[in-house]
Design a protein around this ligand. Sequence first.
Ligand SMILES: N[C@@H](CCC(=O)N[C@@H](CS)C(=O)NCC(=O)O)C(=O)O
Ligand SMILES: [Fe+2]
Length: 356
Amino acid sequence: MLIFRQLFDPQSSTYSYLLADRRSLEAVLIDPVFEQAGRDAALVHELNLKLVATLETHVHADHVTGAWLLKTRCGSAIAISAASGAQGADRYLAHGDHVHFGYRHVEARATPGHTQGCMTFVLDDESAAFTGDCLLIRGSGRTDFQQGDPRAMYRSVRSQILTLPPQCLLYPAHDYRGLTVTSVAEERSYNPRLGGEIGEGDFVGYMSNLGLPHPKLIDIAVPANMRCGHPERDALPAEPTWAPLTFTFAGIFEIQPDALEECAASTQIVDVRERDEFYGPMGRIAAAKWIPLGELVQRSGELARGRPLVAVCRSGARSAQASIMLQKAGFRDVANLAGGMLRWRAEGHPVEGGRD
Ligand SMILES: N[C@@H](CCC(=O)N[C@@H](CS)C(=O)NCC(=O)O)C(=O)O
Ligand SMILES: [Fe+2]
């Protein structure tokens, strides 16, 4: 009854988690990343979900939250702990609060230590918990900035996280080695700083000697996250305006056939099919320039750089690859014709050559 996705931001090694109730299709997203908001909104859309809220485990020091951006795109409410001191949220959470999505919910537990406002979100059936930067896999978040306190962290982990059922899966906000998930039983036994018989004093000693450099983006990230990701000026990241485009979870901008017909005069169209297809029974779009996919990179100099570019093929698959290649070659405004010539023809748009 639960839709669950673990999403990754490679720049900051951050995990975001999408949880949705299959019956109502309501969803929450834990710890979204600003630069990934387009990707996350596309996934929400493609899974047909309604994003009711974004939840912050804490005020992050290493990346800016996508909470505000997703609110503007999906209408989601921003939730963060009251103890975080952050401004601009729609809901301030206290220990024990429930955040509902459809018939499901997570329980917010205060787990200070990495920051004073850190929360762990526990799924209603205690099958999973999202620990933010409190408990990491075989590790823990650091405690040397943002009101960090190793004694508070020790107590948080021992009283709020390791007391969950042994089989409860634990999902952290970061992993710097590519590990994805752990469990209460594993961390009770094998966490080298917090497991077994390790005492509070042992943990404090461990944490005082981590010697980590500060996160590179701390001076940008903390002030922005204290505003829940609201940019200083009301500036949305640049979105393409030359046509109505959809950004897909696959990472490609798509244009629908009717939108392409409307803006065809101001757009260059590149058809990346093979010769027998371009001159074959499906026909072609009259204005299309023909460059087979295999020649696209070496012949990209034949395309104008200052004009929007739409890639076309039979079904939209090879042209999706063409869009990626063109972007890599430095073309800025690139889109893929959704559904290719198949959909273009099926929707009755004009075709040159070919047969009915
Ligand atoms: N090199 C990273 C450092 C990231 C960092 O310090 N992360 C915090 C979480 S915000 C942490 O607790 N890290 C634990 C660790 O690196 O062991 C950066 O510059 O962003
Ligand atoms: Fe953090």
